[in-house]
Design a protein around this ligand. Structure first.
Ligand SMILES: *Cc1c(COP(=O)(O)O)cnc(C)c1O
Length: 392
């Protein structure tokens, strides 16, 4: 068997080169529908033979197929589906694999949109949900129920960077007959490959590091043939398909994922160390710091620490506001994973949907500031924070 190519080579090459005219770059197949050669071929494709038919129906278009092949190669999955957003991918995941009466166990520290989807939409359809501290396997075990069908992990978690043990929790779930789904948006397959650690399915917001340039909305799900097969029809019916241009942008974004992620992480480490030693900073949450509560676990299950961090500034919400208003290079914006550095305030922005008591219990304090560290030259990012903190 041919040796599997290394990660960066797969970022560049996987999925490319399937086009009839020899175009070097994968073309954008900007078409809604496909013309069949014959009525017999049409009938065959509609009865399940592989082939393109309509853009909403996976494999959508050859541009989508190339993107899905590339991300599958990077995540180590057999099959995947491309969605119009990370939330559409999660919605299709939950609607496909859960039904009324099932129980979903989820990480308690989680992307605000996911929290809203699970807590207010799924519960409308008779799905039982619980939010559990998944950094503690004892709590995962204690909260598994007879009807638990899925364990949903976000690790590292937004915005506190808490890390859960994918392999161990995957084993607990499997023994209970549940599948494990992991939101891999923060780490990306460059730093963490949940399927190789024992998860059954990965979902990711492509809006973030996969696209990588802050100019698109997209999502993806990757897993085994069987699992993705069971999601195909619900995905088609729910209708949240990725657009072709977005598929092409994601395909292009992934070609530099390895370079971007290495630089994001290098800069994040420098910023984390700078903030940790700053007298106006109370606490820094970054898996790469020895003080992070799951530093050792992160070191085992990730190949690097990622580009996201959060920190608590002394003086709470007012101090945080002054800092954010005084940054010049870094932008005040939600979203993450872009080439430039973005700063946001979870308790008034991304996590405002969580009740205050819940936020405080989870460590999402009013003074917490989240940073998506970009790939600028680190000294300029640090200088911006240094100046901004002086004004606090
Ligand atoms: C952004 C994000 C999502 C949702 O993705 P969209 O593309 O915005 O729909 C889900 N999970 C995490 C961790 C995210 O950061």
């Amino acid at each position: 068997m041919e040796r599997e190519k290394s990660f960066g080579t797969r970022c560049v090459h996987a999925g490319e080169g399937h086009n009839p005219f020899g175009a070097h770059a994968t073309p954008i197949y900007q078409t809604s529908t496909f013309v069949f050669e014959s009525a017999e071929q049409a009938a065959a494709i509609f009865s399940g033979q592989p082939g393109y038919r309509y853009i909403r129906s996976p494999p959508n278009t050859p541009t989508h197929a190339a993107f899905v092949e590339k991300i599958c190669s990077l995540e180590g999955g057999k099959a995947g589906l491309a969605f119009s957003s990370g939330m559409a991918a999660e919605t299709a995941l939950f609607l496909s694999l859960l039904e009324s009466g099932d129980h979903l166990l989820s990480t308690n520290i989680i992307y605000g949109g996911t929290y809203g989807l699970i807590s207010s939409l799924l519960t409308k359809f008779g799905i039982e949900v619980s939010f559990v501290d998944t950094t503690d396997q004892g709590q995962v075990k204690a909260n598994m129920r007879e009807n638990t069908r899925m364990v949903f992990l976000e690790t590292p978690a937004n915005p506190t960077m808490a890390v859960s043990d994918i392999g161990e929790i995957g084993r607990i779930a499997r023994e209970a007959g549940a599948i494990t789904a992991v939101d891999n948006t923060f780490a990306t397959p460059y730093f963490q490959q949940p399927l190789r650690l024992g998860a059954d399915v990965v979902v990711e917001s492509c809006t973030k590091y996969i696209g990588g340039h802050g100019d698109l909305l997209g999502g993806v799900a990757v897993g085994s043939n069987e699992l993705i097969q069971s999601m195909k029809r619900p995905a088609l019916l729910a209708g949240g398909t990725m657009g072709t241009h977005e598929a092409w942008l994601c395909l292009r974004g992934l070609k530099t994922l390895h370079l971007r992620m290495a630089r994001h992480a290098e800069n994040a480490m420098q910023l984390a160390l700078f903030l940790e030693s700053h007298p106006k900073v109370q606490k820094v949450n970054y898996p790469g710091l020895a003080c992070h509560p799951q530093h050792l676990l992160a070191g085992r299950q990730m190949s690097g620490w990622g580009g996201m961090l959060s920190f608590e500034i002394k003086g709470g919400v007012e101090a945080g506001r002054r800092l954010m208003n005084n940054l010049r290079l870094c932008s005040l914006a939600v979203s993450l994973g872009s080439v430039d550095t973005l700063v946001e305030h979870p308790s008034s922005m991304t996590h405002a949907v969580m009740p205050r008591e819940t936020r405080e219990r989870l460590g999402i304090s009013d003074g917490l500031v989240r940073v998506s560290v970009g790939i600028e030259d680190a000294e300029d990012v640090l200088a911006d924070f240094e100046r901004g903190l002086e004004m606090v």
